[in-house]
Design a protein around this ligand. Structure first.
Ligand code: HEM
Length: 389
């Protein structure tokens, strides 16, 4: 998409797309302005002038979560889980997460004969396992849990699988909903040290707790928002590093700080989330165009992050770029709740990969892009490597 973004930034930075019936915004400055102003630019899809309530009740649940609510409701919902995603809380679990990644890599190396698929063997299962642990899903339920997450991932992609497939999807989603509703009920009675308990018991300003639907929506949001995105950050990083100069992998081995900086550059250069939506709450003029109240606006983070007005050599991957004020996690009120977790997971996954493998190369020239709209990455990433003893 990057050539298209450049053309649009230069020639048509704010434009109306009649087919999609939405506005597109491409420049860094404009994108940031929109994200900074949540009174004029709402996240609430119900404010869209042509909004229709979705048939699928699951989708309705998501609309009531923090991601699609404006302040003050947003702040109240985010406050329920905020503490659990702070870097200092996560640091306590770092060594355990590291063990999980190391186990996945041990299996892949043992089976692989110098080959593995970064997505299938590491980047996909790792974040799913981590969020399951944080939520407090017991080990014996992991397989079921992973199957449900798979379903959510394919539900989020623009795949047309036919009626039978749709039925299976719905079945799995209902199973998952039931599982979470029961687990939350259980935590209300017997709270533990996990995220499900926070969701079940945290007191809101009205003295109550989240309703059953709101609690379920929160669980689903954490899965949907956190899994494919982190999978793609990890895979995109391996791709970026492999395409950079030949010894980048070696230089980053054991260099936590260098790795952290290079991951920020991955978030800029190959942003896992390319775009987000906002709704105008009043008529507003940008670059001479009038956006009307109730209009939908696609905010192109992936383009803002390549804006040469903001970044020197924007189309170059520079692993040591610093400072790096990219918008890969968004900006302002809805700035990614999971950013500290995603950063930690990526640092661990890449760190462990570099510990177990050297001479890493992408094995297959033809990489299929992910099917999810607005998510940027590849479906699979086969690599060849030499095992490190
Ligand atoms: C919000 C990107 C990982 C949970 C966002 C937003 C972006 C984003 C761009 C802003 C949405 C908006 O403004 O409309 C990413 C990327 C990730 C990632 C690129 C991985 C590399 C995660 C993880 C979690 C998570 C691991 C949790 C487990 C959330 C939540 C929100 C959010 C709950 C909504 C925050 C709010 O509305 O206040 N994410 N995310 N994300 N993300 Fe992430």
């Amino acid at each position: 998409p990057f050539d298209w973004y450049r053309e649009m930034r230069d020639d048509d930075p704010v434009r109306y797309d009649a087919d999609r019936r939405s506005w597109d915004v491409f420049r860094y400055e404009d994108v940031k302005r929109i994200l900074d102003d949540d009174e004029t630019f709402s996240v609430n899809p119900r404010l869209t002038s042509d909004f229709v309530e979705p048939d699928n009740p699951g989708e309705g649940l998501i609309f009531d979560t923090m991601l699609f609510q404006d302040p003050p409701r947003h702040d109240e919902l985010r406050g329920v889980v905020d503490d659990e995603f702070q870097p200092r809380t996560l640091r306590e679990r770092e060594s355990h997460f590291r063990d999980l990644a190391a186990d996945l890599l041990d299996d892949a190396v043992a089976d692989g004969g110098g080959r593995m698929d970064v997505v299938e063997d590491l980047a996909y299962p790792f974040p799913v396992t981590v969020i399951a642990e944080l939520l407090g899903v017991p080990a014996e339920d992991r397989d079921r849990f992973k199957r449900w997450s798979d379903t959510l991932v394919s539900a989020a992609s623009d795949d047309e699988g036919g009626e039978e497939y749709a039925e299976r999807q719905q079945q799995a989603q209902m199973e998952m909903a039931q599982y979470f509703v029961e687990a939350i009920g259980d935590r209300r009675e017997n709270p533990r040290d996990d995220l499900l308990s926070e969701i079940a018991t945290t007191e809101l300003s009205d003295g109550g707790t989240l309703s059953r639907e709101e609690a379920l929506g929160m669980c689903i949001l954490l899965l949907v928002a956190g899994n494919i995105t982190t999978t793609n950050l990890i895979a995109n990083a391996v791709r970026c590093f492999a395409e950079a100069d030949a010894d980048l992998f070696d230089r980053l081995r054991g260099d936590e700080r260098g790795l952290t900086t290079a991951l920020e550059e991955t978030l800029r250069y190959r942003s896992p989330v390319q775009a987000m939506t906002r709704i105008a709450t009043e008529d507003v003029t940008m670059r001479g165009e009038t956006i009307e109240e109730g209009d939908r606006i696609i905010v192109w983070l992936g383009s803002a992050n390549r804006d040469e007005r903001r970044f020197e050599d924007a189309d170059e991957f520079r692993p040591d770029r610093s400072p790096n004020q990219h918008l890969g996690f968004g900006h302002g009120t809805h700035y990614c709740l999971g950013a500290p977790l995603a950063r930690l997971e990526a640092r661990i996954a890449l760190g462990e990969l570099l510990d177990s493998a050297e001479d890493i190369r992408i094995a297959d020239a033809e990489l299929r892009p992910t099917r999810s709209s607005f998510v940027y990455g590849v479906e699979s990433l086969p690599i060849r490597y030499a095992e490190r003893s």
